[in-house]
Write a protein that binds this ligand. Structure first.
Ligand code: HEM
Length: 479
């Protein structure tokens, strides 16, 4: 992070509430003479755009993208207002969620109001701590299978595309744990379709005209074809369960079997499909990215990898990890948390102001698009020392209090916060630590000299063009 960003961000403080009778000001605004405003810059490199906006203007800045005024927010007190204390002033009525509905339909991520509340109430018990404990065996056995594949790669001296491997692994785990279904055979196809959907999602969200997805272009053909294949897969999951004649004791069973408390009705097939699609995508893509970035950061910081492996050795010896080990793997967990600080899988959240609001002492009108980027928040130099450095130790709990000393309770929000916080946070962190411990117990991940990995901000933050890493059996020499 540059000194300019440090200075500009430090200039705006959360205590800038305007004195009584003094008209509150509009936020600083980054002007543009381009007819499309900053849209081309956002389109070509959104991470650079948001970083520069905050470097120049501090923690709250407005800008124009085509005919849309947006405000981006990097102050944790403002995050608290938007996501927690004043959340009723903000909605998800944005173009991003509108286009996301093309992929996910009206599921938990995209819906709002009483419909969202009902769906969340039905799904919540599937993510209860006790349920996640019971999934531990599946996390461990799937991770152990992946460790076997890494053994073969290591003895053949081959590189592994870790991003692709993590996508397939987390997809399989979501299928088994939430839908009691082994979708291993479909993983490669789903991975490709998902890649297409996410890539095209960015394009249709940022187009300067209203219905870019309706044009008869090859890109749109790819988009609709991938969506149709994903829907076919989801329909097959539901049909298979219906045909079995049993509701089942997993998330799918809860979604199918729970009656609405008010109407006594069960979910219609279309509602069910949107929820399954949402869980399938939200439940694996994000965790896979979190794992990929952790492996990348450990590969490019071998000294940190060695510390994590020392912890794993001390706790596990020669056996694989279980859920009972998680509390004894604080550094492994911290490496994951620090990776999600630097590369938050959900790198941006959008909201719309439903009334005039106040943020950092500035007045924001109704109807404004608000961006909250965990990527920017997590690198805010006002909150974090050396914000661009990979330092897992920041997330190791204090041995006395058992708590991590965060600079602000909302300085770190990879899973968002408030009532729309991720339903799968505990699921994802438990699964990811078990996978890290299983794979790093036997192997080291090694980057090529000079290797660079560039983040690609689509709906999620993925390593662009995958993550090829050399897998080396521990104790063996690097070729
Ligand atoms: C490292 C992994 C993950 C990260 C970083 C992550 C992050 C997030 C974030 C930031 C949100 C808020 C999105 C918004 O406001 O639009 C969210 C929502 C959600 N996530 Fe996750 N997630 C992860 C894993 C999972 C898993 C494993 C599942 C399910 C198995 C899941 C299911 C959901 C659902 C259903 C929502 C919508 C919740 C609601 O609004 O009620 N996520 N996630």
């Amino acid at each position: 992070m540059t000194t300019a960003m440090t200075t500009a961000m430090t200039a705006t403080t959360s205590t800038m509430t305007p004195a009584k009778d003094v008209p509150a000001s509009r936020p600083p605004r980054w002007p543009s003479r381009h007819p499309l405003g900053h849209l081309p810059a956002i389109h070509s490199d959104p991470l650079a755009f948001f970083r520069e906006a905050h470097e120049r203007y501090g923690e709250l800045v407005s800008a124009r993208a085509a005919n849309v005024e947006l405000t981006t927010v990097a102050n944790p007190d403002d995050w608290q207002k938007v996501l927690v204390s004043e959340l009723q002033a903000y909605s998800k009525v944005t173009r991003g969620y509108d286009k996301l509905k093309l992929v996910l339909g009206e599921g938990l991520v995209t819906s709002e109001g009483s419909f969202w509340r009902r769906q969340r109430r039905i799904a919540q018990p599937a993510f209860h701590r006790r349920r996640i404990e019971a999934m531990g065996e599946t996390f461990s056995s799937c991770a152990a299978e992946e460790a076997m594949a890494w053994r073969s790669a290591a003895s053949a001296g081959a590189t592994v595309d870790v991003a692709e491997a993590m996508m397939a692994l987390t997809l399989r785990i979501v299928g088994l744990t939430l839908f009691s279904l082994d979708i291993r055979g479909d993983a490669a196809r789903v991975g490709k379709d998902l890649g297409v959907l996410l890539h095209e999602f960015s394009r249709v969200t940022q187009a300067p005209y209203p219905w870019p997805e309706m044009m008869p272009t090859p890109a749109n053909w790819r988009f609709w074809r991938s969506r149709s294949r994903m829907r076919t897969l989801v329909d097959a999951i539901i049909a298979k369960r219906r045909a079995s004649g049993e509701v089942g004791d997993d998330l799918l069973g809860m979604l199918m079997g729970t009656e609405d408390a008010d109407t006594g009705e069960r979910m219609a097939d279309a509602e069910l499909r949107d929820e399954v699609m949402t869980m399938l995508l939200a439940g694996h893509e994000t965790t896979a990215n979190a794992l990929s970035w952790t492996f990348w950061l450990l590969a490019s910081h071998p000294e940190e990898q060695a510390k994590v492996q020392a912890e794993i050795d001390a706790v596990l010896g020669d056996r694989g990890p279980t859920m009972a080990d998680l509390a004894r793997l604080p550094l492994t967990t911290a490496a994951l948390d620090e990776a999600m600080r630097l590369y938050p899988p959900v790198w941006i959240l959008g909201r719309r102001t439903e009334r005039e609001v106040e943020l950092s002492g500035h007045t924001i009108p109704a109807g404004r698009l608000i961006f909250l980027s965990p990527y920017i928040l997590h690198r805010n130099p006002k909150l974090w020392d050396a914000p661009d450095d990979f330092r897992p130790a920041r997330f190791v709990p204090d041995p006395e209090t058992g708590k991590v000393a965060l600079p602000h309770k909302l300085a770190y929000a990879p899973f968002s916060a408030g009532q729309r916080k991720c339903i799968g946070d505990h699921f994802a962190r438990s699964e990811a630590v078990i996978i890290l411990a299983s794979l790093l117990r036997e192997h080291s991940v090694v980057a090529r000299p000079g290797q660079e990995v560039v983040p690609e901000p689509t709906l999620t933050l993925r390593p662009k063009d995958g993550l090829p890493l050399q897998i080396v059996r521990r104790g063996a020499k690097v070729a």
